[in-house]
Ligand binder design. Structure first.
Ligand SMILES: [Zn+2]
Length: 203
């Protein structure tokens, strides 16, 4: 668990406490950012505050794929130039960014918003699997590409989905093993990810 800053009611401790809750930001960084903001012009601090609020007000989930978007359906789901026969399953919206960055995949996506993890109490009904099955009913999708992370939860989820989807007569593939075990997709480099998509295998 993260070491929390000494609690205090003053504005500095409060803001530093909030930063300390963010991923990858420890107490020292939280303090550094807070003191940095104390020095910047008020206008700059206001822009940051507004950007934060606007993020929460404008960005929602695409009701089709679960990607984060300001329009619904999202721009990817609306793109008629994409290959409707392929759907790539990812755990988080950031994973779409990583895959889109490779420029090699032109099908659609489905974001699960998590992975099956019995130890954390996350079951199949807690992630967007029901929505996925609904999308597979139209008969247009010929290939489901499992691009969940290569850690234990990602592998368990891929296995579960494969057992669920293969009987529907849809080809199920998994990204190639070029990705080292334990890799979170969003941190994989373009070359590795491109090889993983190209070398995907029937799962
Ligand atoms: Zn979408």
């Amino acid at each position: 668990m993260k070491q929390n800053l000494t609690p205090g009611n003053d504005a500095i401790s409060q803001l530093a406490g909030e930063f300390n809750k963010l991923p990858g930001i420890g107490p020292k960084s939280a303090q550094r950012i807070t003191y940095h903001l104390l020095r910047v012009p008020e206008e700059e601090a206001r822009l940051l505050a507004e950007a934060l609020l606007s993020l929460k007000q404008k960005v929602h989930l695409c009701t089709t794929c679960g990607n984060v978007t300001e329009t619904d359906p999202c721009p990817i789901c609306c793109n008629t130039m994409r290959d409707a026969s392929q759907i790539c399953i990812v755990e988080q919206p950031q994973d779409i960014l990583a895959l889109e960055h490779t420029g090699i995949y032109h099908g659609f996506y489905h974001v699960l918003h998590g992975a099956i993890s019995p130890t954390d109490g996350v079951g199949a009904s807690d992630i967007r699997i029901r929505e996925l099955l609904g999308r597979l009913e139209n008969g247009v999708i010929k290939e489901v590409i499992l691009a969940t992370n290569t850690n234990l939860e990602g592998e368990q989820t891929a296995m579960y989905l494969s057992q669920l989807i293969t009987p529907l007569g849809i080809k199920v593939t998994r990204l190639a093993r070029g990705l080292p075990f334990g890799t979170e997709l969003e941190y994989a480099d373009d070359v590795t990810l491109t090889r993983a998509i190209e070398g995907r295998q029937v799962f």
